[in-house]
Ligand binder design. Sequence first.
Ligand code: GUN
Ligand code: ZN
Length: 428
Amino acid sequence: MQIFRARILDTPTDPFTGGTLRSDADVALVVDAGRIVARTDFSTARERHPYAEVVDLRSGVLLPGFVDTHVHYPQVRAIGHLGKPLLDWLDEAALPEESKLGDDAYARAVAHEFLTGLTSAGTTSAMVFGSHFASAVDILFASAAEVGLRMTTGLVTSDRNLPEVLLTDVDRSVTESQELIDRWHGRGRLRFAVTPRFSFSAGPELLAAGGGLVRDNPGIWVTSHLNENRDEITGVAKIHPESRDYLDTYGRAGLLGAQTILAHNVHPTDRELTRMAEVGAAAAHCPTSNSALASGFFPLRRHLDAGVRVALGSDVGAGIGFSLLKEGVQAYFMQQLDPAGGVPLTSTHLLHLATTAGAAALGLDAEVGDLSVGKRFDAVWIDPAAGQPLDVGIAYAGSDEDALAKIFALGTPADVSRVWIDGELVKG
Ligand code: GUN
Ligand code: ZN
């Protein structure tokens, strides 16, 4: 048993529907076997648990662990290739790199780099876009099990419009996926997601095979891309003439539900938003990627008005790093700049998007997302070096919201001093 004594900021209530930032200047979390069993003042906690180890975190700020709802494992080494729209970027940067993951030694090295990137940035839960190679996905699952990451991932599938080495077919995709499901889904913090790359590289039969896996394996997840880029959308319409829109390519295949997370959705139709809300599918908003690839402005207002759940994704490697602090501040910038009119975001909205909203999108909201009693202790300790601009900013902030805004504006993985998942230290 441990007592974590800290200044804590979290968002147990949704700021998009009237919730506010919860801030406690000096509070004690009593953690037993990874779960928060009490949240109280320090002297009460100490009195009740005189033999518990005390971890004094008062020099920094404790936040819930970040939840990244869209990040690509095989793209760590492709981050930072700027200046191209989606389809050119895939051809020039992402796909050549992803083609190398067929080599197990290479995949092992990349898995290590990937997990280091996530945990160093304070990400404790993630929906991870896997690899086209089943062996590389198996390696990722095994590596994540060692690190302890709360991870959902799967075999990426495509049967057209990609380099030959990344293509599969219906039978192989089902056999390989089922093997991975049997081996990993539900093991510890790991879960499987059916992952067609996007409907530009997957025909109706391959998508339907994914839907069959969902039917046969209740509880597994689905993730893919949606409405990211105009040329992509035009291409999808040609490949799927029977579908009424991009979302319908997934809907017809049995891939749409409350356990579906679709990345980007920069250019949705009203029907697609209505349908996503009806089935409870979530959108992973990836602001640095949308900027880097010039994909466009994410219509957050339309998503909220339609009742679609939205969370944040780093979209590494089109996104320019693992930090959800950076994604948060980029979301804020782009909402401000959107010529169609964005949603004014406060630091409380950003924290919600990076934590509780992600936990809800991943169906993990009973477990993580804030630091309430009953939740698992997944947490990030922001403790900048003395005298650094963030340290000074937090010290002189006029309010808790202001201190949180400084964390988003100035915080980097270097300021993430410690990270816990289920009470286990994974960084620090
Ligand atoms: N659409 C299909 N594949 C990808 C990818 O790797 N990154 C992004 N941003 N969009 C995609
Ligand atoms: Zn992506």
